[in-house]
Write a protein that binds this ligand. Structure first.
Ligand SMILES: C[C@H](CCC(=O)NCCS(=O)(=O)O)[C@H]1CC[C@H]2[C@@H]3[C@H](O)C[C@@H]4C[C@H](O)CC[C@]4(C)[C@H]3C[C@H](O)[C@]12C
Length: 332
């Protein structure tokens, strides 16, 4: 399970939780403008927008999970098992494989509106990256500062949904996730006013009772509602520190703790990393399951005109700042 979201204060932010029981050795990867993307069916994109995000590098190719380009457009792939359906090559269409989808979008476009036009002729073609990395069943959230869409390649074809919530989780299909919010329209950040019956007296005995009924389990449908409620009611200052802290809090509201979701005997899904990219500044922040200190990689500290990938292994161990040491304690 995974959750992706965006958030706007003074700057715009985009990120996700990656929830899984193992890792593919992902690194924060910067693809500069002159790294040639050789598409399997659509020739080579020799120069393009620079991209920063989380990727597994395989045979020198950045297999992105979530990323942002230098124009502020962002995209993330999330699991979509049983529903994702990729197609044979189709004449007259733009045939892009799912593992090329993020580079193809972020390499060329600046806004969701531009992407929507290009999606009209897109065919997500069923070609594996390699034997080691066959295709994954995914769907995607694509966001700029103003708008988000969800893209799903299903049995009936390619579906593009407006995503007014700016959140994506996993199954079921996005239209059902959105419809399901109707069941929670009564939830509120404010204390409830009794409507149950005039014949009884009610006591608002605790803070937070306006949102009783907000799902707290880790299923995909529940995380969608929880993340939507948390994000859409979010209040924060607009400094970088306040914004990214609030963004990590939104993701934290749907994070997975080891032990709560067993996927096979003794194997538990956890939030391997949470990311938050400042899409205006091209700074990719992340935390990992065991490292709650925020680590940053700034794309503009790289040579963006180069042709070589730059990648930064995740710092996964807890970084503990000890506030006192023997010298300061003894000097007191
Ligand atoms: C499994 C990941 C999504 C996390 C998630 O939603 N897990 C939940 C499981 S479930 O719904 O509850 O079943 C996805 C997100 C991005 C994916 C990776 C990226 O697409 C990049 C490459 C693409 C290759 O084709 C396969 C390996 C891979 C390295 C992918 C492995 C895996 O499918 C990833 C890591």
């Amino acid at each position: 399970m995974c959750t992706g979201a965006n958030y706007t204060t003074r700057d715009h932010y985009f990120g996700r939780n990656l929830d899984l029981e193992f890792s593919y050795n992902e690194t924060v990867t910067v693809t500069p403008r002159n790294f040639a993307f050789e598409f399997r069916k659509e020739g080579t994109l020799q120069t393009h927008h620079a991209i920063i995000g989380m990727a597994t590098i395989a045979d020198g190719y950045p297999l992105y999970y979530d990323a942002t380009n230098e124009k502020g457009l962002s995209m993330a792939g999330l699991n979509f098992p049983e529903n994702a359906d990729y197609k044979p090559e189709a004449e007259g269409k733009t045939n892009i494989t799912p593992f090329e989808f993020i580079p193809w979008v972020l390499g060329q476009f600046e806004t969701v509106a531009e992407v929507k036009v290009a999606l009209a002729t897109l065919n997500l073609v069923k070609i594996n990256f390699s034997e080691t990395f066959p295709l994954s069943p995914l769907h995607w959230i694509i966001s700029d500062r103003e708008t988000s869409i969800t893209v799903e390649s299903v049995r009936e074809g390619l579906k593009v949904y407006d995503n007014p919530v700016g959140v994506l989780t996993n199954n079921p299909t996005f239209d059902i996730q959105l419809f399901n919010l109707n069941n929670f329209m009564h939830l509120s950040k404010n204390p409830p006013t009794p409507q149950f019956s005039d014949e009884l007296e009610f006591d608002v005995y605790s803070r937070g009772m306006g949102a009783i009924g907000l799902p707290g389990d880790l299923s995909s449908a529940s995380r969608f509602v929880k993340a939507a409620f948390t994000k859409l009611n979010s209040v924060s200052g607009d400094s970088e520190s306040e914004s990214i802290s609030q963004f990590f809090q939104i993701l934290g509201s749907v994070a997975q703790q080891r032990g709560c979701v067993e996927v096979s005997p003794g194997k538990f899904e956890i939030t391997i990393y949470s990311s938050c990219c400042n899409t205006d500044k091209g700074i990719y922040y992340y935390t990992t399951y065991e490292n709650s200190q925020v680590t940053a990689v700034d794309m503009h500290n790289e040579d963006l005109d180069s042709a070589a990938l730059a990648d930064y292994p995740l710092i996964k161990e807890q970084q503990i700042h000890t506030a006192n040491n023997r010298a300061t304690a003894e000097s007191r």
